[in-house]
Each structure stands twice: as C-alpha cells, then as structure tokens.
Design a protein around this ligand. Structure first.
Ligand SMILES: NC(=O)c1ccc[n+]([C@@H]2O[C@H](COP(=O)([O-])OP(=O)(O)OC[C@H]3O[C@@H](n4cnc5c(N)ncnc54)[C@H](OP(=O)(O)O)[C@@H]3O)[C@@H](O)[C@H]2O)c1
Length: 333
C-alpha cells in the first residue's frame, strides 16, 4: 500500500513549475511540456542554472518568464510550486532537499539518487516539509510500456517465465563523458540499467535472488549483466556503454511472448507472439506531468504509480550490485 500524507496546502489553482539545470534533459522536458493539455492549468514559470548566462539563454529559448542564476534562487522563488530537478545525479540529493526545504514539490530525474541512503534523505525531507516527491521514471507513465505491463499483468501471455531486457549503447570513449565519469555519477547501471531493473520490478516485483557480472573502467561500471530470479521467473537484465545493443525487452510467458522493440523504455508499440504491432501515443516526458498534477491536487506526497518504497528498494538493489562490482562514488567514501 503506497504511503500518502496530506499536504499542508492542497493546490487547487494553477501549478507553476521551475526547472533546475539547463542540460539536455532539461531542454527535452521544457519542449515536451508544450504538449501538456491547457486544461491542466500549468506552466513553466522559472528556470535556475549555475550561471546566469545559461539560465537566460534557456529561458529565452523556451519562453520562460524568470531565469535565476542559481538553484537556490530558484528554490526561493515564491511563484514556483514544483521543481523538476534535472541536474547530474550526484547533485540530485542536495538540489532536491534545497527545493523541499523551500516548500517546493520535486520531480527528480532518474536515477533519483546515487544510493538508497540519499533517496531516503529526500523522502525524509519531503515528509518533514509535507511536499510531493517522485523519481521522473518516465517509462512508468508512457503509453506503450504502461499498456504492455498491463497486458502482462492481465495474463495475456500467461504466467511470466523469463524476461530479457537490455539497455546497452555506444558511448564515446571519453573519460570526461558524464556516463564514464565517477565524479558525474556515471556508470551503466545507474544511468541505463535502472530501466531494465525497473521494468522487471514493475512486472514481477522484487527478485528473490540475483547475481551480477560486469566490467569496471576508471571506477565506473561499463557493462553490467544481472541474472535475477523470482519464484518461477528468471531474467537477464543487461546494460553497457561500449556497444550498440538490442535495447529491447522480451517477456516470455507460458502462453506467449510480448516484445517491446528498441528503445523498449520509450517504445510506442509492442507485439504479442510476433503478431501485429499494437501502437500507442509516443513516449514523452510530459505524460508523467499529469500524474504529478493529480497527486499534488489530491494532496498526496507520493504517487501510487511510482511509490517511494519502490524507488528506494530498486536503489538498494543497485547499491548491492555496485558493491559486488566495486563501484563507489566519491560522496560515499
Ligand atoms: N529521462 C531520460 O530519458 C534521461 C535522459 C538523459 C539523462 N537523464 C538524467 O537527467 C540528468 C541530467 O542529464 P543530462 O543528459 O541532461 O546531462 P547534461 O546535458 O550534462 O546536463 C546536466 C546539467 O546539470 C547541471 N549541473 C549541475 N552540476 C553539474 C556539474 N557538476 N557538472 C555538469 N553539470 C552540472 C548543468 O546545468 P546548469 O549549468 O544549468 O546548472 C548541466 O547542464 C541525469 O541525472 C541523467 O541521468 C534522463
């Protein structure tokens, strides 16, 4: 049962968003936000960046009224209700807590944090300040994956027996690339593997056991293959930075096979038993916004579709996998 708490101030009026950071995903979010239905009565009111020049440029590009030269000044903006935290993962814990302590709700990019301990710190701050918090695990809200999981849960392929889910891509062999840099929170597992692990968890819940093999270069995991088991289910969950992989999800049940094609986490179609593709609205970062609004307006601090306990439990599993591989972030030493 997802835990909910009543917020101090239920929001019945407009919802005003702020964006913390001006990188790639922040821009994608601002672009996707233009698809949010006008009846939602919501807007992006402000952006914050570590520099005024990038804040100003982002605000101009996305037609945002106010640009703040720091995340702290964004946090202090009284005309912002919720902040989308789109900084690099080592910053998520402090950036999100700063927002919560200034009375903002938060939607925090994936991976929510580097560790389960940090995730707990954000949830504690959300609870202490009666504010909403959620990991921006957009896959959980995009129509294709949502319907695929619904059909698996409805029994269309029978009891699940095996899952093969991959998120392997070719990343430039540059130690400064954020996925290859320990200081920037890099590593295949937290940046890419979080999707296969989350999809498997969404379908089958927490695994009863798992083993992992992987490669580590310059302190970060460059490949990671998890063999997981549940009662009657096995899974191979893979991710990596060194080659273009299938990026697909195959879910085998006793009565059929469901295939989400590449990229599975953002697929707008899937097939059952090799039949005709079922097609859905494209995956987009704006679908999760509806759930955030619903929760804030209902006065609940967490979404039952992406509850705190699940975010924390998945990060606990990632902590244990990283411990096996020997990946330790600078903030953990
Ligand atoms: N949902 C998705 O599909 C998806 C896709 C890609 C990434 N992500 C996640 O989104 C987050 C941001 O990724 P991104 O691809 O947008 O990265 P990015 O393009 O490198 O941008 C990251 C932004 O974070 C801010 N930042 C704060 N501290 C920083 C530091 N020490 N070094 C560099 N930048 C810093 C910067 O904004 P300012 O200069 O404005 O402060 C920068 O522009 C990550 O957690 C990533 O895992 C999600």
């Amino acid at each position: 049962m997802p835990r909910t708490i009543r917020l101090v101030e239920p929001h019945d009026g407009a919802i005003r968003w702020g964006i913390a950071a001006t990188g790639r995903i922040a821009g994608d979010f601002a672009t996707a936000f233009t698809q949010v239905d006008a009846r939602e009565n919501a807007s992006i009111a402000a952006v914050g960046s570590r520099s005024s020049a990038t804040a100003d440029a982002f605000a101009a590009e996305h037609d945002i009224a106010r640009a703040h030269p720091s995340y702290r000044e964004l946090a202090a903006d009284p005309e912002v209700d919720i902040v989308y935290v789109a900084s690099l993962q080592p910053g998520h814990v402090s950036d999100a807590i700063t927002m919560l302590e200034h009375g903002k709700h938060v939607l925090v990019e994936k991976p929510f944090t580097l560790s389960a301990t940090e995730a707990g710190q954000i949830f504690d701050a959300a609870e202490a300040n009666d504010r909403f918090a959620m990991e921006a695990m957009w896959m959980r809200f995009s129509p294709g994956p949502v319907e695929a999981v619904r059909r698996v849960h409805a029994g269309e392929i029978g009891a699940v027996q095996h899952m093969d889910i991959d998120f392997t891509i070719q990343v430039a062999d540059d130690p400064e690339h954020r996925l290859r840099s320990l200081e920037k929170g890099g590593g295949a597992l937290l940046d890419l593997g979080i999707y296969p692990v989350t999809l498997a968890w969404w379908i089958a819940g927490p695994p009863t056991s798992w083993t992992v093999e992987g490669d580590v270069k310059n302190g970060v995991d460059t490949t990671c293959v998890i063999e997981a088991e549940w009662d009657g289910i096995t899974a191979r969950l893979s991710c990596g930075l060194d080659q273009a992989g299938p990026l697909a999800a195959t879910i085998r049940g006793i009565d059929g096979v469901l295939e989400l094609p590449a990229p599975f986490h953002a697929a707008n179609r899937f097939r059952i038993d090799g039949g005709e593709s079922h097609r859905f609205a494209p995956a987009s970062l704006h679908h999760q916004v509806y759930e955030v609004h619903r929760c804030i307006r209902a006065g609940v601090a967490e979404s039952p579709r992406n509850p705190w306990a699940t975010t924390r439990a998945i990060l606990t599993m990632c902590d244990e996998i990283r411990a096996e591989l020997g990946v330790v972030y600078p903030t953990e030493t």
